[in-house]
Design a binder for this molecule. Structure first.
Ligand code: BGP
Length: 454
């Protein structure tokens, strides 16, 4: 049964919503320096939430949000990634978090959402083990400063997509070996931070936030079923077995060895992974993926949902039973239920959905946005989630992407997700006015009723 204190929320991330890219001592992140496609806006102004957060939180309160998932920009707190702490950055998030709490909205905080400090990237980024300590120091500052005000901490947003879809979310392509060595350092950093959190008895709980998409076999052919199991291990379970069980998933290890990408472990790493565990699982879900056994000679490289292929292991296939969004992402609400049940059976930890939503080219007509396609997507996903809860899975919150329009990871301002429209385009900032979409009124009712059944 869904509880009365179920966290109906919504999500954003710092670089995609805030703007104020170089204000009040903020350092540059990899997002500020990445090469963007020509038709796509940079992140300098985004939705200007940095200057308009009070107006935005008033809208979130009107929407009835019980929770708001935000991320803190590492470069506002520690501009160079390591060393000096910027008090003005802490002061900004003090105001933001206090405003949320005063509005009765539970802040859920991601500490790192795709925005590694550029100064660390220049020193080798996650390839350099010093980034592990930099991350732990940064988190320590946050835990000390916000202790008691944040009940739910999320470590790293979609670490699996930074590794598997790096060209889409970070605009940089690396070899498998580099990617999985960096991945290992992130896993170690996350474990260190989870241990630090528990050893110091900070109030609240901490969890990872991968993008989980259950992988379907393209057919019942045994080779396809095995391919799907392999991809599930590499895309999904690798990223949860470590924070839940303290060790790598064996099928993922097998693949990494065979593609010559098994990371090097420093002497204490296995022990660190064992010692740092999570309290709950946060996950982002947009759709399932489908694969067959590998046939073609070449691998492909997709964005977060577009699917992946790995020679000798699996090959991305589209699912003929699913519709797609106008940006080509498949829509699979039943797959959401499958994913929730699979996660709960594997890990037996409380779950929170920290992203789910539909990106579309919204249009304003007479001051209104009739985003029926988004309502349809969200309604079907809410229904499947409610059924999963009814059937016994422990899900304690749902934070669709996104609370308000913001810049997509690689498709600019034209791909919108929000309940609130922001009046700007990729290259014309217009007046950045906020307009409540039809989905805003729909979600408000869902929250008021505590779900889709009154
Ligand atoms: C997730 C990211 C978000 C967000 C969302 C939508 O992968 O965590 O930051 O942007 O996907 O993706 P996109 O903006 O590419 O449509």
């Amino acid at each position: 049964m869904k509880k009365n204190d179920f966290l109906w929320g919504a999500a954003t991330s710092a670089y995609q919503v805030e703007g104020g890219w170089n204000e009040d001592g903020k350092g540059l992140s990899v997002q500020d320096i990445k090469k963007l496609p020509e038709n796509t806006s940079d992140f300098k102004v985004s939705s200007d939430h940095y200057h308009r957060f009070k107006e935005d939180i008033a809208l979130f309160k009107e929407l009835g949000l019980k929770a708001y998932r935000l991320s803190i920009a590492w470069t506002r707190i520690v501009p160079k990634g390591f060393g000096e702490v910027n008090q003005a950055g802490l002061a900004f998030y003090d105001q933001l978090i206090d405003e949320l709490i005063a509005a009765g909205i539970e802040p859920i905080v991601t500490v790192y959402h795709f925005d590694l400090p550029a100064a660390l990237e220049e020193q080798g980024g996650w390839n350099n083990r010093q980034t592990i300590d930099a991350f732990a120091d940064y988190c320590h500052v946050l835990f000390e400063h916000f202790n008691g005000r944040i009940k739910y901490w999320l470590t790293i947003n979609e670490q699996n997509m930074m590794v598997l879809a790096s060209s889409a979310v970070l605009a940089g392509k690396k070899t498998n070996r580099q990617n999985f060595q960096e991945n290992h350092h992130m896993l170690v950093a996350q474990a260190k931070v989870m241990k630090l959190f528990h050893d110091n008895n900070y109030q609240g709980q901490i969890g990872p936030a991968p993008n989980i998409a259950y992988i379907n076999p393209a057919s019942a052919k045994p080779e396809d079923v095995l391919a799907a199991q392999n991809f599930n291990a590499l895309r999904n379970w690798l990223f949860l077995d470590v924070p839940v069980y303290g060790r790598y998933n064996h099928q993922a290890v097998n693949i990494l060895k065979k593609i010559d990408a098994m990371p090097e472990f420093a002497p204490d790493d296995a022990e660190i992974l064992q010692a740092g565990r999570c309290d709950f699982i946060a996950f982002n879900y947009y759709s399932t993926n489908t694969v067959s056994a590998f046939h073609e000679a070449q691998g492909t490289d997709g964005d977060q949902q577009a699917g992946f292929s790995l020679p000798n292991f699996f090959e991305s296939q589209s699912n003929p039973y699913l519709e797609e969004t106008e940006f080509g992402w498949e829509i699979d609400p039943i797959g959401f239920k499958t994913t929730i049940h699979e996660l709960y059976s594997r890990y037996h930890l409380p779950l929170i959905v920290t992203e789910n939503g539909l990106g579309g080219r919204d249009i304003v007509e007479d001051g209104q946005v009739h985003d029926t396609y988004r309502i349809d997507y969200l309604a079907k996903h809410v229904q499947q989630m409610e059924e999963a809860i009814e059937e016994g899975a422990d899900v304690f919150g749902y934070c669709p992407w996104s609370a308000i329009d913001l810049i997509s990871t690689h498709e600019g301002f034209r791909k919108r997700y929000g309940f609130v429209y922001v009046n700007r385009s990729d290259f014309d900032l217009k007046d950045l006015k906020r307009i409540k979409k039809d989905s805003f009124y729909w979600y408000k009712k869902i929250i008021q009723q505590n779900g889709s059944q009154a």
